[in-house]
Design a protein around this ligand. Sequence first.
Ligand SMILES: C[S@@+](CC[C@H](N)C(=O)[O-])C[C@H]1O[C@@H](n2cnc3c(N)ncnc32)[C@H](O)[C@@H]1O
Length: 291
Amino acid sequence: MGYCILSVREIRRSLQEAFVDFDASIHASNSFSCHLISFTSTLIIPAMDQSGDHASGSELRRLFQLSRRFGVFKTLSVCLGTLDDRHLRSFDRRYRVRTSGHLELSKTSFDSSKLRHATSYGAVNAWAFRNLLKELNLPKRLRFADLGCGLGRACILAAEYGFEKVTGVELAHELCVVARENMSRCRLTPSAVSSVSIVQADVLDYCEHTEDDIFFIYRAFSLEFFRTVRKKLAEIAAYQNKSVTLIYTERLSWPPSHEVRELSDDHAFRKIYETSMLGQAFYVHQCGTQF
Ligand SMILES: C[S@@+](CC[C@H](N)C(=O)[O-])C[C@H]1O[C@@H](n2cnc3c(N)ncnc32)[C@H](O)[C@@H]1O
């Protein structure tokens, strides 16, 4: 219960800070959504404490910014996604795997000289990504790679969708071990499971010899490293004279991150789709020749 009491205090303080910051600019029409968001934050924040994060004004600010930009229903769907990921873990239960939660890479064997170019482990919202794949309706003959696959959640969903070949690339040895375990025990058909391989490598080394067509990235890298990876993907498309699809995703936020802004300004890529579901924003871009 200790964490609950702490959270309530922190919630109050954070709410006061957030109200002070936003009072001046929040219009009357949004006050209903603010009340709803503050109520929902009381549900979310204990969940954050449990996962080791600290309830912070910045999370609350994020909720306020989202509610102002996207409205109350979208913001509540963000809360729902967070609750599911941190408490309900519906994907893990349904697929009999272990992919939920958050992990600092400094606590793993991740190459310490590369840590400054990496973020941390967290899995994509499964239901949002599953839905995205249905909406995109990409040809199943294409080869899919998750650059920074962590515990393999996106690979499981890509295999379930039916891509012919699915590769998860991950540098941290421990994460690769669990990702492989997940593949062997998850609720997929044997042919879907056999389409997946988990490769322990740095994504740049992997990209030296890849023939994949679709590259998935969930906010895995620093801005600088993300730039280098994009350059590499554009080179692959040019060298192999084909079209390469990049699905970049991160938690929905406002204003958009530097990564999202840079990606949309990158002349080597053109945006073909953008959407957000359950707090997960997806930016789908292509480079190279048309399919
Ligand atoms: C936010 S997690 C994404 C997990 C997974 N893609 C998903 O959506 O469920 C990012 C992952 O990228 C990995 N990563 C970061 N930099 C990497 C690199 N240079 N090479 C390989 N993996 C890397 C991290 O170890 C981490 O597991």
